[in-house]
Design a protein around this ligand. Structure first.
Ligand code: AMP
Length: 615
């Protein structure tokens, strides 16, 4: 087995990393450290966060820095301020016994003056984000024309975050004789182009797609109906009372929605996404790092640079577009010798993505059943009992209250007492999960209800199973809107449109049916007027938007799915019930051309799922 000594590192560095607990080099370190120390070849290393790449480039660079020269000798570029600070901090730790090596982090979102002053004082290694680095170069405060080592860390991320122009501009100003070390988790075309344009005959090494701790990650998935994702997430959180994890979402909006709902529902959660200010992001990350926050809901980009080693779970609320990103996400758990679980919530048509992931990761994904209400209650009950068993009793403090407490509880025998104490906490789970449906896709008990907003309503709808009529439920009003899939409407864009037009993101929106030329949506009854008033005179992509109340046909029996699109005519209300294809105003509707809601449903059904980007 290769040791750090074998890699050619000097005694002062060996001592520092030894104290940090680095006993043997990780695979990437084993390959890169001797390569960087022994020759000046450019190097492309395919490696992910958590593989030990900071030391892989940092240690050999530190060792070779000429402390007699004052100028900048190495520039390390990385995508985010957090990663920048992390790298600089790691480098400082590696130089514990080589303090003459000066390291400086430069990044945006913070006043430039102190960075200008630090640069004036002289530094050997600069770790920077592309934007601020370029700014400093342009101000002639940072001179990179003499650097010997250029490191591009997480090159794919830098490009994905739109730093291509900055990278090009920076690379143009660096000398051609330097050694360029490019680290990237993936090799998309953009990164290849950088390698082609700015590197000379680079050696290429890969430590495989798997993360350092990937062997300690088990992968599980729950197959559910898409609208049930949030409910399933809650059940996952409930069955893991000590969860410490990241829930990955695809968009900022989804991140915000999921985090808001979790917080409203009483979970110790918060959101991390690009719409937050730097100060807000720092605050959330700090709370998460220290364990004050249990669940972090984040986008991939925002979670970059967040180096937390003891996550119990990574939850994919939605799978990313690129399978490689899944590998990256899951590698955030199962680190530092601990095991972790990567959970994927998928809907039934995404099954093949799991097969693809199994192929890429070489790991088997376990199809787990969404825990039932009873299982969750049982887990929480025993968790509570464990807590009671293990709690530290402060005899001194509690002593003075004991006699009064005993007096109050005198009438209860032991069994009664135990039951009552446990019920204080347990009742809310019992109540919450009473008659909770089976959420596994394909189960006869699960419902396809796009309108569901968490399990709060799940309880309210108890007993309605099988009555999936298109009549609005008690507290919702149903509206017709003359925009459909033909106008690029989707459930998400309907929600966005309603929020924009009403200037509110707090409306409770129920079921949404997207048809080709028109759609239906539900909003709580108390917002009926707001909707009708707000949509007056609104245009969207040159279409005069028409929104009207839509009411059920009185002849339609509840639960009569076949006639569920029928609507009673009345006033300005939309009517699609006429069998002769006429609207209530006598004009012919589109139903005979195959555009009636029901035909549309059939068409949608036949069409199946939309093609996905990269899967
Ligand atoms: P990185 O991929 O550089 O972000 O490193 C991930 C984590 O692994 C950090 O917490 C490092 O301190 C740690 N680490 C890096 N190399 C080693 C090693 N050889 N032995 C033990 N831990 C390491």
């Amino acid at each position: 087995m290769t040791t750090f000594k074998d890699t050619g590192l000097s005694a002062d560095i060996l001592q520092a990393i030894g104290e940090m607990g680095f006993e043997t080099p990780t695979p990437i370190q084993e390959k890169t450290i001797p390569a960087i120390l022994e020759n000046g070849n450019d190097l492309i290393a395919l490696a992910q966060t958590g593989t030990g790449k900071t030391a892989a480039f940092g240690l050999p660079v530190i060792q070779q820095v000429d402390i007699k020269t004052r100028g900048v000798q190495s520039l390390i570029l990385c995508p985010t301020r957090e990663l920048c600070l992390q790298i600089a901090k790691d480098l400082v730790n590696y130089t514990k016994y080589k303090k003459e090596v000066k390291i400086l982090a430069v990044y945006g979102g913070t006043p430039i003056v102190s960075q200008l002053n630090e640069l004036k004082r002289g530094t050997h290694i600069v770790v920077g984000t592309p934007g601020r680095t370029l700014d400093l170069i342009k101000r002639k405060a940072l001179k990179v024309n003499d650097i010997k080592w250029l490191v591009l860390d997480e090159a794919d991320e830098m490009l994905q975050m739109g730093f291509k122009d900055e990278l090009d501009a920076i690379l143009e100003t660096t000398p051609s004789e330097k050694q360029t070390l490019l680290f990237s988790a993936t090799m998309p075309t953009g990164v290849r182009k950088i390698a082609k344009n700015y590197m000379t005959n680079p050696d290429e090494i890969s430590v495989g797609k798997k993360n350092q701790g990937a062997d300690k990650v088990n992968h599980v998935y729950y197959m559910v109906k898409a609208p049930d994702r949030y409910k399933v997430l809650k059940r996952i959180a409930d069955i893991h009372p000590n969860i410490y994890g990241i829930v990955f979402c695809r968009t900022r909006r989804e991140t915000k929605d999921v985090a808001d709902k979790l917080m409203q529902d009483g979970y110790n959660a918060d959101a991390l996404h690009g719409d937050l200010s730097q100060a807000q992001r720092d605050f959330v990350m700090q709370r998460f790092r220290t364990g004050a926050l249990q669940i972090l809901v984040a986008t991939d980009v925002a979670a970059r640079g967040l180096d937390v080693t003891d996550l119990t779970h990574v939850i994919n609320f939605n799978l990313p577009d690129d399978p490689e990103i899944y590998i990256h996400r899951s590698g955030r758990t199962g680190r530092a010798g601990k095991s972790g679980t990567s959970i994927v919530i998928i809907h039934s048509r995404e099954n093949r993505k799991i097969k693809e992931l199994e192929k890429i990761s070489g790991k088997k994904f376990e199809h787990k059943q969404v825990p039932s209400g009873r299982e969750i209650c049982e887990t929480r009950l025993f968790n509570l009992v464990d807590k009671v068993t293990n709690v530290t009793v402060d005899e001194k403090q509690i002593g003075s209250f004991l006699s009064a407490i005993n007096e109050k509880l005198e009438s209860l025998d032991r069994e009664e007492l135990v039951k009552r104490f446990v019920s204080v906490e347990f009742n809310r789970f019992l109540e919450y999960y009473k008659n909770a449906p089976d959420l596994n896709a394909g189960s006869s008990n699960s419902r396809d209800d796009r309108s569901d907003r968490g399990e709060r309503r799940e309880r309210g709808e108890r007993g309605e199973r099988g009555e999936r009529s298109r009549t609005p439920r008690g507290d919702f009003s149903r509206f017709y809107i003359n925009l459909g899939s033909k106008h690029n409407m989707s459930a998400a864009s309907v929600i966005g449109f309603i929020n924009d037009v009403t200037k509110s993101s707090h409306l409770e929106i129920g079921k949404i049916d997207i048809l080709r030329k028109f759609s239906f949506f539900e909003v709580t009854k108390d917002n009926e007027k707001l909707i009708l008033d707000s949509f007056q005179g609104i245009q969207r992509d040159d279409v005069d938007v028409e929104v009207q109340l839509s009411v059920p046909n009185p002849n339609e029996t509840r639960g009569d799915r076949n006639s569920s699109q029928n609507r009673r005519s009345g006033g300005s209300r939309k009517d699609y019930s006429k069998g002769d294809g006429r609207k209530s105003d006598g004009r012919r509707s589109d139903s005979r051309r195959g555009d009636s809601p029901r035909d549309e449903n059939k068409k949608n059904h036949r069409k199946g799922s939309r093609p996905q980007k990269k899967w």
